[in-house]
Write a protein that binds this ligand. Sequence first.
Ligand code: SF4
Length: 376
Amino acid sequence: MTVHSDLAAHDGTPNDGTPSWLARLTEGSLARRRPSRHEALAVLGSGDDVLLEVVAAAARVRRAFFGNRVKLNYLVNMKSGLCAEDCSYCSQRRGSQAGVLTYNWISPQQAADEAARAAAAGAKRVCLVASGRGPSDRDVERVARTISAIREGHPELEVCVCLGILGAEHASRLKEAGADAYNHNLNTAASNYGSICSTHSFEDRVGTVRHAAGAGLSPCSGVIVGMGESDDELVDVAFGLHELGPDSVPVNFLMPFEGTPLAGHLELSPAKCLRALAMFRFVFPDVEVRIAGGREMHLRSLQPLGLHIANSIFLGDYLTSEGAPGAADLAMIADAGFVVEGADEVTLPAHRRGNGVPVAPALRRRGPGTEVPANA
Ligand code: SF4
């Protein structure tokens, strides 16, 4: 709040009602310049009096790169619960009393059947998820067979895999098996990581995203908002993700499951969620920003405003909790004036395509021949 008030006081307000700091931030984001920390904090600290201006500014950026398309993703929980890790937000963690479904690997055909249902409902990407610290060789081979089974019926579907901490060899094997993307969220800032998990580190997560990208898998990595992090920490993780160059950034809002350490932890309002989404949109103007878990619980009646910022959502149920019926989400998308992105449409703008690998070298614009010092 303080940050925004300071900026507004110094900057004044242009005629259309958009504060000048926000107008400048928007122009920078449209030019694909990462906001400064000060600007990102100003978005998070802005008041409800300018909420619609913030949403409208983020919507300009969203429309510039993604038009009015909404990408639908579908989660398939291939192995549920009984994880030995202790991520405090997770209903599948060690010692969880959340009462979630627990089962071992579903068969490749069961997963393919789920994927077929998702495709019929309009999903463009299926996310194959398994609980656990990371996969064994056998797990990776099982997922490889699952990808083949999905491809047989629905070659048009994008397949994202999410199996925890991944090494370079497993990443290459998944790529070879036909996976398009790999998801591993950073979740929170490095400085906050120790407070949410003790069994693996922030660096493990960064390493996994790097291995996925290095194998040519489209890197997908995001956050969980609402775990007690400060605005500074939320900006830290956004900027940390930015350095990793993900193609998609899921923004989750904490679902505080009973029977987990974060039970009863409710610090989010719909407006706060919109500000967080907007900050991620400004930091990732041309990247798929997805409203992920907690959408229904925390955005509630303001979900359609979220679609003006994010260009992607999950359809239907989540890993261990129930989401809205797919038909209700499709109606919301249509009512808000958006269209579901088709299988023949490419999500990312042309300049970003290439599975996370830069499509062309960035031309040097600093150092000798310029007024700007080179990186050293
Ligand atoms: S490693 Fe994954 S499944 Fe296990 S507790 Fe952490 S988030 Fe949950």
